[in-house]
Design a protein around this ligand. Sequence first.
Ligand SMILES: [Fe+2]
Length: 298
Amino acid sequence: MAALNTPRRVEHQQTDKGYVPVYTTAIVDQPWDTYTRADHETWATLFRRQREILVGRACREFLVNQQRFGMTPEAIPRFDDLNEVLAKATGWTLVGVEGLLPELTFFDHLANRRFPVTWWIRKPDQIDYIAEPDLFHDLFGHVPLLLNPVFADYIQAYGRGGVRAHGIGGDALVNLTRLYWYTVEFGLIREDDGLRIYGSGIVSSKGESIYCLESPAPNRIGFDLKRIMRTRYRIDTYQKTYFVIDSFEQLMDATRPDFLPIYEDVAKLDSIPAGDVQPADSVFHRGTGEGWADGGDV
Ligand SMILES: [Fe+2]
């Protein structure tokens, strides 16, 4: 098992998410016995810190589902234990991977209700920031909402859409990636007593969990499928705009129609800079833009 102590990095590749490492696409068993004390401590530190910040900020479903899974700071969860809960609830399976996957492989997993989870956790000096997804981001951030039947179906629909977009070519994949980015990774949801976080990229980030809800700088705008498909985003700073859904059903409903005519419509329109507010937007909050970096939208 010693060979699994470091992820098997294959190469780096320029993608729409920047210059990222590409790993072997094989599914691997979670090498749970090889986690060191430092690994479990990293999990514990991040888990405690984020749970404290997220009560009152993350959506109800996210917080409750982490408990349903029995996730605690005591130790890195075992995928097998989580899979028992998940299989009964929504029929999804977590599969261990070495890291970020090529797009088509990733879509194929989602389309078949398999969620790839990076098995390794960041090092102590990366507690506050790591550019690529690790176990904490994937497990703490993404997995809880897979217990929600509607959200679970949405992720599968996204995977199927990804496989199709791959075949269509052009900007279809770019449009779809923006949808994933602004929902699954950086989405906000409106609850009775205010806006809450459901996006995994936010819940796994200490700074952005607070910034996305409380800073006056970013825009908070109502969900609109085509608008999102046109909107560029940030990979190296907090988002300039967050999109707010009313419910997971709204997300699922928006994803139900055939995307082909939607891609065609979107192709006729310009892309929208990450921080822009459009006349037709339903604006919850118009950002002040304070502290925004110039340029750098992808
Ligand atoms: Fe993610």
